[in-house]
Design a protein around this ligand. Structure first.
Ligand code: ADP
Ligand code: MG
Length: 264
């Protein structure tokens, strides 16, 4: 049986004045799959995430999630449909506790809205308590160490734990697809290995969940994903198995001067 793709991009594009930042991208992402997006700086990778999540409206094409066109929806509605993300730069609420940062991730799907509940706790005490229990479970699955420190402020965490917490927050919305924008940036080899283990563990206990990951670390790209997509000047120039894709002349050409692909 062939299953419809989880996410389809159909001729997706955006221009900013004269610059075509994303150019007619077509893509099908299966369920339960890890795909990495690679490409030089400024190629349009983060912009593609902003199109998928509704932050930018495309000048052409469609975004289809499980057969439903979501192109015109507002970002919070797209989040509620099951697409969660992390950003290239960390966006934690530094002064809130580690646990509260995970609870905020549930905002997309709770009735009262967790933000309202946090600000006006008498509105829905019971809902908030249920959220806290579930958020604790999610955190514990990602990292027992973070769980043990759950009442400490998020702002004191080192880089690798911040990424972990952001992934826990993304998971809290019960997504079908998680987009990670350069999750290993600022990490050493040990942290990056830990990140890959976290993602594999999350995949193993969440059937059907898919990840789309923008990455520069070619060791991660060589090891983690089921397949890769290469973006250059806003266009998808290759896709498939990294071991094959990285040898393509047009991919080597896109990376000339960057050395990353040849050395992987
Ligand atoms: N809001 C915007 N307005 C104008 N140009 C933008 C905007 N967002 C991104 N760009 C441009 O689009 C191109 C792709 O950027 P980006 O998606 O951030 O690249 P990448 O993530 O692949 O490094 C760049 O030339 C960038 O300057
Ligand atoms: Mg980027």
């Amino acid at each position: 049986m062939t299953k419809a793709p989880l996410l389809s991009l159909r001729g997706l594009g955006i221009r900013f004045g004269g610059l075509v930042a994303v150019d007619e991208v077509n893509l099908d992402l299966p369920h339960g799959h890890i795909t990495c997006i690679i490409g030089p700086n400024g190629a349009g990778k983060s912009t593609l995430f902003n199109l998928i999540t509704g932050i930018y409206k495309p000048t052409s094409g469609q975004v289809v999630l499980n057969g439903e066109t979501i192109t015109a929806l507002a970002p919070h509605k797209i989040a509620a449909k099951g697409i969660a993300r992390t950003f290239q730069s960390s966006r934690l609420f530094e002064d809130l506790s580690i646990l509260d940062n995970v609870i905020i991730g549930m905002h997309a799907r709770t009735k009262t809205g967790v933000l309202t509940a946090l600000l006006l706790p008498w509105i829905s005490r019971r809902e908030l308590e249920a959220c806290a229990t579930e958020a604790g479970d999610i955190l514990n699955r990602i990292s027992p160490e973070l769980y043990a420190r759950r009442y400490e402020p998020a702002g004191i965490l080192p880089q690798a734990d911040r990424r972990r917490l952001e992934i826990a927050r993304a998971l809290a919305s019960h997504p079908k697809l998680i987009l990670l924008d350069e999750p290993s940036s600022g990490m050493d080899d040990r942290d990056t290995a830990g990140l890959m283990a976290d993602i594999r563990r999350v995949m193993a206990d969440t059937p059907g969940l898919s990840f789309l990951i923008i990455e520069h670390d070619m060791r991660l790209v060589a090891e983690l994903p089921d397949d890769v997509i290469v973006i250059d000047y806003g266009k998808k120039i290759a896709e498939g198995d990294f071991a094959e894709v990285r040898l393509l002349p047009r991919v080597q050409q896109a990376y000339l001067g960057q050395k990353a692909v040849e050395n992987a």
